[in-house]
Design a protein around this ligand. Sequence first.
Ligand code: SF4
Ligand code: SF4
Length: 423
Amino acid sequence: MSEAIMPFGRPVYVMLKPVGARCNLRCDYCYYLGRGLHEGAVMNEALLEEFIRQYLEAQTVPQVLFTWHGGEPLLRGIDFYRKALELQRKYGKGRQIDNCLQTNGTLLNDEWCRFFHDNHFLIGISIDGTQAMHDGHRGDSSRNGEGTGFRGRSWHEVMRGIGLLKRYGVEWNAMATVNAANVGSPVEFYRFFRQIGCEFLQFTPVVEVSRRCDVSWRNEDSPRCEMSDESITAEEWGRFLCAVYDEWVREDVGRVFVQLFDATLANWCGVAPGVCSMAPTCGQAAVMEADGSVYSCDHFVSPAYRLGNIRQQEAGGRQSTLVSGQQPTLSSLLYSERQQQFGQSKFTSLPQQCRECRWLFACNGECPKNRIAVDCYGNPGLNWLCGGYRQFFSHVAADMDFMKSEIDAGRAPANIMRANLKK
Ligand code: SF4
Ligand code: SF4
């Protein structure tokens, strides 16, 4: 690999989709379904080996992270992952290799949990909160008339899966969507996760243009589209974040890790936030689909963001090339001009309102997929959730200043809990 295409020494990261968009739940708000892309493909072992070889070769640091994602990655079967571990050992050359897998949890059983425990997987569980918060949207989407039989009962299956993970001592965390069903109950939402023993919580807001709208919402020339029923507003997001934060900061700092709060403190301290949505640039979250196609980001799996395919031949016999005549490798795709531009455009496409915003250092305009609103100057590209973020950052600013000063002085940011008690 030439220096020209590998300009920095940091981990290369690509999320893998062993069964593409295929899933046994098919939730209402899934951003991956209904695009007509990668819903039938399954990754074969030859491609798996090619990916693992190239992925490990591309790394410039001794620690390597594999992330298995979906769709529902457990649908690929346990032998596929046994093979993956064998190949990681074959090509790893002594590197420390970690695996994490994001699952809806409904297919977990003793065999899976034993396997994850014995091989030190970190398991991310998708769950939206209490049964009432979860079962309304998760499972059995009526989209395209497809039914999975899970409507109204997937929560019990997920909770059974979490129980198994705990019983086998598997490290796990929770990933929740914040949608119309739970955004109005932030305290109940947070307490639920605390009560089930979740120590690391991520939540992501649902912002989707209605499927009734037939134009691409990523096209800035598109007419304004109505939002999906599951989407939340900026005001709801702001209220939700403030209320969850108030609950967390009372007694859980340093005990429960809430990704967004950690990322906010990191940005306050001027260090990398650890989550791409709050970082100044993108480009470090590529995805490889089950057929070997590599895309700029999990949220931009569409033809316009397809970087190429690492297999020798594209389907239909067409050669996949980055530059005419050259077979693309994972490295050449990840360090390609297009991917660099994709990463930089998160910053270069910020609208004027963001550039002038006092919270830009903490927000960075959040994820470009959510930039579907118009700023106060009439420019497109403002984040749909902007008002919510402004409310949140104003709400936590004094606490963040305090926690930063504690860190600067070599003390624990958790001292904020005592400081707030004295007020
Ligand atoms: S587009 Fe969004 S999800 Fe993708 S890398 Fe950028 S911030 Fe992350
Ligand atoms: S808070 Fe709003 S204006 Fe400020 S950076 Fe974030 S999206 Fe832009």
